[in-house]
Design a protein around this ligand. Structure first.
Ligand code: ATP
Length: 239
């Protein structure tokens, strides 16, 4: 077919000082797909997302969005190109209101669009609508996660990078977060989802990659990886 990947990584290397943490990572995310990246603690998943969003320097290989190489484009310019990064640990600004947190995500957009998107976010996350003026630090963990996703969506991205959205949340809230992610995908958002929670992430994923010690060691349809003996043993605790 002539459909081009929205995101394409070729041989991506990344280092922290003298230590290489990504080794020739190649992957593709097709438009409208939800792609999961699973792997254990310290495998390099967060580093990979940071390299895509420009928070971590690329030392080798290339990253293309829509066929255009991102090169050394700084992180804020990548937001303008359509890449939104919802970081691990949510990182909402606790002393700012819910409203102010959301507005921060819309900085690259014209003012009129920000107002419209803000209302759209409150429809998407009704729990936040009642608490617009409250400090984000007073929200529950689940609500802070919704806020972090909403803030990322405010830039009207073409590609949403989600880092461990289920981390530290109670099981019921985890279900809620994953149902929001499934809805975003259904509405056409392209998503690269980093998760240690392979049980939840793989069934949702059109395609999934397994990262181990900075290398892609496995890939396949999300549902197919659920049945893979290696994945079952290492990431689903079903050995
Ligand atoms: P986690 O889910 O725990 O965040 P991860 O798969 O996202 O794991 P990374 O956080 O990307 O893994 O870390 C990859 C490797 O790089 C690890 O060995 C980690 O210790 C190391 N590392 C991460 N951040 C830094 C840093 N700022 N300086 C030096 N080494 C780092």
């Amino acid at each position: 077919t002539d459909v081009q990947p929205l995101l394409r990584l070729r041989g991506v290397d990344s280092w922290y000082g003298h230590i290489q943490c990504l080794h020739g990572v190649s992957m593709e995310v097709m438009p409208g797909q939800l792609v999961a990246l699973v792997g254990s603690n310290g495998a390099g998943k967060t580093t990979l997302l940071k390299t895509i969003s420009g928070l971590q320097p690329l030392r080798g290989g290339s990253i293309e969005l829509d066929g255009q190489t991102l090169g050394k484009l700084p992180a804020h310019r990548r937001v303008g190109r359509g890449i939104a990064h919802c970081p691990e640990g949510r990182c909402v600004f606790g002393d700012l209101s819910v409203d102010e947190n959301l507005r921060l995500g819309g900085q690259t957009r014209p003012k009129a669009e920000v107002e419209r998107e803000l209302e759209r976010m409150y429809q998407l996350f009704p729990a936040l609508a009642n608490r617009r003026k409250e400090h984000a630090g007073l929200l529950s963990g689940g609500q802070q996660q919704m806020l972090a996703i909403g803030r990322a969506l405010m830039s009207q991205p073409r590609l949403l990078l989600l880092d461990e959205p289920s981390m530290g949340l109670a099981p019921l809230i985890v279900e809620e977060v994953f149902s929001i992610i499934a809805n975003l995908r259904r509405d056409g958002m392209t998503i690269l989802l980093v998760e240690q929670n392979a049980h939840e992430a793989l069934p949702l994923a059109d395609w999934a990659y397994v990262l181990e010690s900075g290398r892609i060691v496995h890939e396949g349809r999300g549902a197919a990886l659920m049945d893979d003996p290696m994945v079952r043993a290492a990431y689903l605790g079903l050995g």
